[in-house]
Structures are given as structure tokens and as C-alpha cells.
Design a protein around this ligand. Structure first.
Ligand SMILES: *[C@@H]1O[C@H](CO)[C@@H](O)[C@H](O)[C@H]1NC(C)=O
Ligand SMILES: *[C@@H]1O[C@H](CO)[C@@H](O)[C@H](O)[C@H]1NC(C)=O
Ligand SMILES: *[C@@H]1O[C@H](CO)[C@@H](O)[C@H](O)[C@H]1NC(C)=O
Ligand SMILES: *[C@@H]1O[C@H](CO)[C@@H](O)[C@H](O)[C@H]1NC(C)=O
Ligand SMILES: *[C@@H]1O[C@H](CO)[C@@H](O)[C@H](O)[C@H]1NC(C)=O
Ligand SMILES: *[C@@H]1O[C@H](CO)[C@@H](O)[C@H](O)[C@H]1NC(C)=O
Length: 599
């Protein structure tokens, strides 16, 4: 009798556990992060430009929340490290430059990453596209770091069609940089990268086991340049849509953006077709601003923000030629660090508005984890905060202190307390510290006369279409998300206001001066000092750069069958992928059936 009661108790506990688990599985939202590479703030039409229309991205933004003050580190590798760790690059050792293919370093293995936390919470985790956080040892690669699967590449960029990576200043063989998980992959040779990644995203979604939530990072090559022999690549039929753009390079760029926009439409549609969209969070943003000018720029535009971003090109070791000098530093300005972004989810209580909450890439890990009910380890020291309540409730913007750049090797820094922004040192030796990428006024897409109709007939709007998005609302949101540098009676070219960051630190009040034209350092020296002291606190807590800048010729693809591949034999054994979760389920289920049989 007693044992029977005990058995009953055990049984109900088991049933309860299974039930809880089941409920947790189905209710956790799918997380889809669409990460764009090197796209300018001014290159999505929801920020007001009529030159390149992005109706799918815009529809996602207008139905969701436009992230109007979204900040990111100014370079690929640091930006990606920040997204996955929720920490500033100075706290992971990722603050200095990008990972060059033959350099033996990567995101330190001591860091626990976003996909690991989501996987432990029962998610299927997928990375599609770019990694750029190191691969010299196999245990640094995505499937060893929390992603169940990876389809894509390890380096900063590849050729859009043959998926090779050529290292420009080395005598190495050009190598294929494309894999499915750890396997070399050449089956998709010839497929335009944006299309290949979109097809893979659709496949993942279509074949997804819906009893589990999905965590997917769709990390595009677009709109980064390809190899330097052919940096600008887009399908001819996409480029043909932009006859109104005179500059051939910018026209091809427009084709790259346009393919990307279509990809967003197809991805959202796939989620909808699979019945997953109504329980998804879709976040889209660019990893940093566009490299507007300089050799191998993509001609993207951050206008009217100041400055540009670097792209992930290499060749910086010997500062001899113009190119090498030009590539030495990156941008502290808004143009490099303020990223076009939007988030959409039915789980957001307030939608269809422009958010002026300051958000940084450090925030996405705690924010998405909170939104999904994914518990993070108590000992995890994050820099980011959970901004979900703020986004979901459209709350008053919270006060923030953000470190934008602190690279004491290249010697420049950029820091922000609320609206006050401090800049010391600069990139490209100050050469590109101006306002670049202004688009010709007479190059509007003829279809922009029907802009609202373009948005309303986009794939994304067709899918999300139940919520009424009126013409007026679209116009209002677009106007609110469009930046114009405010007029000021003062002449900003007066010596009093001019910022020469290579000579002396500057600061700006972004509330009145988002375009960083009026340096206030001479007017308010005490304020400058305060900002400097705050920055100094960050400096004291910085860990040394993890970069190992010593090239290792064993990286040469010639030594690896023509592929870019780890060259250090070290591997981590065990701990493979999703097996933990399913074994857990299986054990409980078999216990349960034993008991049922016993009864
Ligand atoms: C470049 O590679 C070729 C073939 O591997 C070799 O013969 C040549 O010496 C190399 N040149 C340099 C500068 O390393
Ligand atoms: C990819 O396709 C091109 C064109 O057909 C071919 O020249 C190249 O060798 C292929 N690459 C690989 C790795 O098979
Ligand atoms: C989402 O849609 C699917 C299919 O249309 C439906 O089965 C499911 O109940 C919906 N979920 C939510 C949270 O609305
Ligand atoms: C500004 O940057 C320069 C160059 O890195 C550095 O020498 C100087 O100490 C910095 N100034 C302050 C106040 O941090
Ligand atoms: C602004 O100041 C600069 C330098 O002091 C001067 O050359 C220029 O003429 C001024 N512009 C206007 C519109 O006053
Ligand atoms: C691999 O890396 C480890 C530590 O990073 C090092 O000790 C070892 O010598 C390396 N092995 C090879 C073959 O390079």
C-alpha cells in the first residue's frame, strides 16, 4: 500500500516534469537574428533614402520597433564577439582589430556564448553564414561553441559565387571557405551567397522540429565586399533594377542590398508557412556602419552621420603603402557605430514605433534571454542589460553609459554618457573624419513615388498583413526615423568648434548635434574631464587584447586541400550538440513507460 502510494507520487512527479518540459518547449519563442555585414545607416529606405528601396526590411521595421539609437562595435570581429557574449570587447580581449585568417587566435574558449545558453534551455541552434571569431583550432569553430549546425564560412568575407577567400597580402593559395558543420562543402559552388544562405535558412525552418524552439543566426555576407579581384558582386537582374544610380559601384551595391531585402522577405515567409512566426522574435541589424570610401569600400552610406567604418579586409601589418596606412584604424564616429536595426515580434506589447532607447549589441544576450525565459548562469558577468521591458512597453529611454571603442594599441577611444559623446584619437589618421556618402538628390528610384505601396505589397507585409498599417502611419514612422542634422546659428567650421581628435579629445552633445559638428571641449573643459575620468574606469578594467598578430603560414589553404581550415590539431572531445536534451527526454520517457508497464 505504502509503496503503491510512493509509486503514485513518483509517477505524478514524473508526469509533472514531462508536462512542464513540454510546455516550456512549445512556449519559448523562436529567435531569429538577421545579421547584416557592413550596411550603412542610410542604406535602408526606412531611414528616408529613396535611392535604394528595401520594402521587406521596412515592413518588418514599421510593424515592429525601429531601433533608432542602436550601437555596435565598429568592426566585424568585435561586433560579433559582443553579440554572442553580451560583453564589451575590452572584457573578452576582442577589442583590437579583426581576426586575420593566418593569425592563431579567436574568441577565447573561456567565454560562454549565447547559443550555448539557448541550447541548454532546449533550443535547436543554427548559424548560417559568417563566423569570423577564429578557426585556427577546431574547438574555436561554431559547432564547437554552441551551434548544433553551421553552414557558411569562417573568415571575414568570401567570393559571393565560388565561396573562396583570398588573402591579399600573402602568397597563399586561394582557398575555399565554405562548410556544412565541419565538412568541406562545395556543392553550392556558383550559388550567390545571399541566395545560398537564404535557401539554407528556409530549409532549416521547413525541417525544424516544432516541439523545440529555434535559435538561428542568419549572418549574411551581404553587403560586405568579396575578394579584392572582384569586390562588388550582385546578381545582374538585381543590379538592373537600379538604372537610376549613375555610379556603377553603388549600383552593384544596390543590387546586393536588394538581394538581401528579398532574403528577409523569404525568411519571414518561411517562418510564417511553418506556423512559427507567431511565436518568433526577429531581430535585424548591421554589424557596423558602412566603409564608404577607401580602397575596397563597398560605397555604402552612413550619411548624414559622421565618419565611416572599416570593412574586414586585411593587410595591415606593414604600414608602408597607402592602403596599409588607410586600413590602420577604425571609426569612433556615429557613422561607424550607429547601426540600422529593427526588431519585430508579436510578443512585443507595443509595436509600430520608433525607439529612442539607447541600445548596444551587449544588450541582446540578456534581452533575448529574458524575452525567451532562458535562465543565464548567476556568475555570468555581462555588460549588457535587459532592454526587453523598455522595448515592449515603449518606455521612457533609460540613462546609459556606453563604451564604443577603447583600443589602446591603435590609440583611440569613444565613449558616451547619455547624449554626451567623447572622442579621442581617430581612424584613417583623420582622413575620413568628415560627412561622407551623401546621395545625389536626383537619383531617387522611380518606384519611390509609390513608396508606401512598395512596402504594403512586400512579402513581409503580406505575411504580417493582419495589423493595419496605414499609409499615414508609414509616412509618419519614416519621417521619425529620418535624420536631418539640425540647423544651428553657430558656424561649425569656426576654430572654437572644430574637432581635431588626433590632437586633442573632443566631445559632442548628440541631443542637439547628432551629426557631431560642434566640439564642446573648449567651451566645457570640466565636462570633458568628467567624461575622461569615466572612460578611465573602463580602461582600468580592460583585459589585454587576445589578438595574436603573428602570422602562421600553416594556415595556407595549399596545406589543407585548398580549403581554409584549422591548422592546430587540438580538438575538444565530447559535449556534442543537442544530444544532451534528447537523452534527457528519452530517459524520462522510458522511466515513465517502465512504470506504466509495472502498474
Ligand atoms: C610564393 O609561392 C610560390 C609557390 O608556392 C613560391 O615558389 C615562391 O617562392 C613564394 N614567394 C614568396 C615571396 O614567398
Ligand atoms: C567552383 O566552380 C568553378 C566554376 O565552375 C570552378 O572553376 C571551381 O574549380 C569550382 N571550385 C571548386 C572548389 O570546386
Ligand atoms: C501559431 O500558429 C500555429 C499555426 O497556425 C498555431 O498552431 C499556433 O497555435 C499559433 N501559436 C500562437 C502562439 O499563436
Ligand atoms: C588621447 O589619445 C592619444 C593617442 O592615443 C593619447 O596619447 C592621449 O593620452 C589620449 N588622451 C587622453 C586624455 O586620454
Ligand atoms: C564659417 O567660419 C569659417 C572659418 O572661420 C569661415 O571661413 C566661413 O566663411 C564661415 N561661414 C559662414 C557662413 O559664416
Ligand atoms: C596547438 O595549440 C596549443 C595551444 O594553443 C599548442 O600548445 C600546441 O603546440 C599547438 N599544436 C600545434 C600542432 O600547433
Amino acid at each position: 500500500m505504502r509503496s503503491l502510494r510512493q509509486l503514485g507520487l513518483v509517477l505524478s512527479v514524473i508526469l509533472w516534469l514531462v508536462e512542464c518540459q513540454g510546455a516550456a518547449q512549445t512556449s519559448k519563442p523562436n529567435i531569429i537574428i538577421i545579421l547584416i555585414d557592413d550596411m550603412g545607416f542610410n542604406d535602408v529606405s526606412f531611414h528616408g533614402s529613396n535611392q535604394i528601396l528595401t520594402p521587406n526590411i521596412d515592413a518588418l521595421a514599421y510593424n515592429g520597433v525601429i531601433l533608432n539609437r542602436h550601437y555596435v562595435p565598429n568592426l566585424c570581429t568585435p561586433s560579433r564577439a559582443t553579440l554572442l557574449t553580451g560583453k564589451y570587447p575590452i572584457h573578452t580581449g576582442m577589442q583590437h582589430f579583426v581576426q586575420i585568417p593566418d593569425e592563431p587566435w579567436g574568441l577565447p574558449l573561456s567565454e560562454r556564448l549565447m547559443p550555448q545558453f539557448f541550447r541548454e534551455a532546449g533550443y535547436a541552434t543554427e548559424l548560417i553564414g559568417k563566423w569570423h571569431l577564429g578557426f585556427w583550432r577546431q574547438d574555436l569553430t561554431p559547432t564547437m561553441r554552441g551551434f548544433d549546425h553551421h553552414y557558411g564560412y569562417y573568415n571575414g568575407y568570401i567570393d559571393y559565387y565560388d565561396h573562396t577567400h583570398h588573402m591579399r597580402d600573402k602568397n597563399y593559395t586561394t582557398g575555399v571557405d565554405f562548410r556544412r558543420d565541419l565538412q568541406r562543402w562545395q556543392q553550392d559552388n556558383g550559388t550567390y551567397a545571399t541566395e545560398a544562405f537564404t535557401t539554407e535558412a528556409r530549409r532549416v525552418i521547413e525541417q525544424h522540429d516544432r516541439s523545440r524552439p529555434l535559435f538561428m543566426v542568419l549572418s549574411h555576407l551581404a553587403v560586405h565586399t568579396g575578394n579584392e579581384d572582384q569586390p562588388m558582386q550582385a546578381p545582374p537582374e538585381e543590379v538592373a533594377k537600379f538604372a537610376h544610380i549613375a555610379d556603377a559601384k553603388r549600383r552593384t551595391y544596390a543590387g546586393m542590398v536588394s538581394s538581401l531585402d528579398r532574403s528577409v522577405g523569404e525568411t519571414v515567409r518561411a517562418l510564417s508557412d511553418r506556423g512559427m512566426l507567431n511565436n518568433s522574435i526577429v531581430l535585424l541589424y548591421s554589424d557596423n556602419g558602412a566603409p564608404t570610401v577607401g580602397i575596397h569600400s563597398n560605397s555604402g552610406s552612413n550619411y548624414p552621420y559622421r565618419g565611416v567604418s572599416n570593412n574586414c579586409l586585411q593587410g595591415v601589418r606593414q604600414p608602408l603603402t597607402d592602403f596599409l596606412v588607410v586600413q590602420q584604424k577604425e571609426s569612433p564616429w556615429e557613422g561607424g557605430i550607429r547601426s540600422a536595426g529593427a526588431i519585430w515580434s508579436p510578443l512585443l506589447q507595443q509595436r509600430g514605433y520608433v525607439s529612442n532607447q539607447v541600445i548596444h549589441a551587449i544588450d541582446w544576450l540578456p534581452t533575448l534571454a529574458a524575452a525567451a525565459g532562458v535562465r543565464l548562469p548567476a556568475d555570468l558577468q555581462l555588460d549588457g542589460v535587459n532592454v526587453w521591458p523598455s522595448l515592449s512597453g515603449n518606455l521612457e529611454p533609460q540613462s546609459r553609459r556606453l563604451l564604443h571603442v577603447l583600443d589602446d594599441i591603435f590609440g583611440y577611444a569613444s565613449y558616451m554618457r547619455d547624449q554626451l559623446k567623447y572622442v579621442n584619437g581617430s581612424s584613417f589618421q583623420g582622413r575620413y573624419d568628415t560627412w561622407l556618402g551623401e546621395l545625389p538628390a536626383d537619383e531617387a528610384d522611380p518606384l519611390s513615388a509609390y513608396y508606401v505601396q512598395q512596402v504594403l505589397s512586400s512579402q513581409v507585409q503580406q505575411v504580417l498583413g493582419t495589423r493595419a498599417l496605414t499609409n499615414e502611419r508609414i509616412e509618419q514612422l519614416r519621417a521619425a526615423a529620418t535624420l536631418r542634422c539640425p540647423a544651428n546659428e553657430q558656424n561649425h567650421t569656426q576654430p572654437l568648434y572644430v574637432c581635431q581628435p588626433l590632437e586633442a579629445p573632443c566631445f559632442f552633445n548628440l541631443a542637439k548635434d547628432p551629426c557631431e559638428r560642434y566640439n564642446l571641449a573648449k567651451l566645457y573643459p570640466l565636462q570633458l574631464q568628467l567624461l575622461e575620468q569615466e572612460l578611465q574606469q573602463f580602461r582600468l578594467n580592460a583585459v589585454p587584447s587576445a589578438r595574436v598578430a603573428t602570422p602562421d603560414a600553416r594556415a595556407n589553404p595549399a596545406l589543407h586541400g585548398g580549403y581554409w581550415e584549422w591548422w592546430n590539431g587540438t580538438t575538444t572531445t565530447g559535449g556534442s550538440s543537442s544530444s544532451k536534451w534528447s537523452i534527457f527526454n528519452w530517459v524520462w520517457l522510458s522511466c515513465l513507460s517502465c512504470l506504466l508497464v509495472a502498474l
